[in-house]
Design a protein. Structure first.
Length: 163
């Protein structure tokens, strides 16, 4: 969806992409390794494992990364920002409008398996997220992506027009 917004000429940015770029910074990576209690450099799978198994590590990583991510987002001038863990990190107040993008539980699990592989413990990731049902209560707009692509694009276009 973010790519579609960008193709319409709306400056867009992904908090996950910003986080990945920051992760690749050697000084930040070293700090993350220290927080996780592992040798530097830390790789993504190791950090992901530490985040889902140790709430203290997750909170410390969030305190380290989220201000930096939000600073980069603010500096970007983006009109649309994708923040997958917006509610979990209590950042919704930083935005004037909240769009919840959802595909339903079955499709969500299928997409996570496709991304991480069938052996990955998807429940460990999902346990760190609020259920979509809880997020919907805070949504200004709901975009359902488990529909045909043209339906999703029509929903996005309609939401842009109503801004």
């Amino acid at each position: 969806m973010l790519g579609y917004l960008a193709s319409l000429g709306h400056p867009s940015i992904s908090a996950d992409e910003v986080g990945r770029a920051l992760f690749d910074d050697p000084s930040i990576n070293s700090e993350l390794a220290r927080i996780a209690g592992v040798p530097s450099p830390i790789d993504r799978p190791t950090l992901r494992e530490r985040l889902v198994t140790d709430p203290q590590v997750r909170r410390a990583v969030n305190r380290t990364m989220h201000p930096r991510i939000m600073e980069a987002i603010a500096a970007s001038g983006a009109q649309f920002v994708e923040v997958p863990l917006l509610f979990e990190t209590c950042l919704q107040g930083a935005f004037e409008s909240i769009w919840v993008v959802t595909c339903g539980t079955v499709e969500q699990r299928r997409r996570l398996h496709a991304r991480y592989g069938p052996e990955f413990d998807i429940d460990s990731i999902l346990s760190t997220q609020l259920p979509t049902k809880a997020k919907l209560a805070f949504a200004d707009v709901v975009i359902r992506t488990n529909r045909p692509e043209q339906d999703v694009k029509n929903s996005v276009s309609k939401a842009i027009e109503s801004r």
